[in-house]
Design a protein around this ligand. Sequence first.
Ligand code: PRP
Ligand code: GUN
Length: 179
Amino acid sequence: MQDDILSVLYSEAEIKTAVARLGKAIKQDYQGKNPLLIGILKGAIVFMTDLIRSVDDFVEIDFMDVSSYGDAAVSSGEVKILKDLDTSVAGRDIIIVEDIVDSGRTLDYLIKLFQTRAANSVKICALLDKPEGRQTEVTADYIGLRVPNEFVVGYGLDYAEKYRNLPYIGILKPEVYED
Ligand SMILES: O=P(O)(O)OC[C@H]1O[C@H](OP(=O)(O)OP(=O)(O)O)[C@H](O)[C@@H]1O
Ligand SMILES: Nc1nc2[nH]cnc2c(=O)[nH]1
């Protein structure tokens, strides 16, 4: 295990099982439809690449880069678009693919944005849910795994751009971000 990690919360195998379950549910719910899966960079990249293969059906993908944490472990509260979509969402069935819902501010912002852009429907698929972090009313429609009120990294999630490549979800030692 990496030295900065306090403990492994979810192993590679546990994540794989959760992703397969989410892919199967999306496949069932969107039969005969042509959903647009929007991966939110950068945290969702690893999850998104596994999820689309587990959906095992026709989906289109696009990416948007938004950030509210910068290099910090606490949200700035202000969501910024760093890269917008290439695809129009008007009339489309959208599934926002996120690595984690914490305060819910990122998703609250994105749901409103896609509704303003006249999407037909907007659902959320999040690998991780941290309910104790919530500062908004947002709830994900598809949730992989719940996490405690700790700062977690790995499987795409970073602290100051590190740890995204870890194959598991781990709790970061507080001294790493409290220094
Ligand atoms: O529910 P919230 O409190 O809004 O937190 C969730 C967001 O925080 C992280 O993004 P971050 O801004 O760190 O950017 P990154 O994905 O590029 O690491 C994560 O990837 C989510 O998008
Ligand atoms: N890496 C990481 N990013 C987050 N963004 C919101 N919560 C978290 C978290 O626990 N870990």
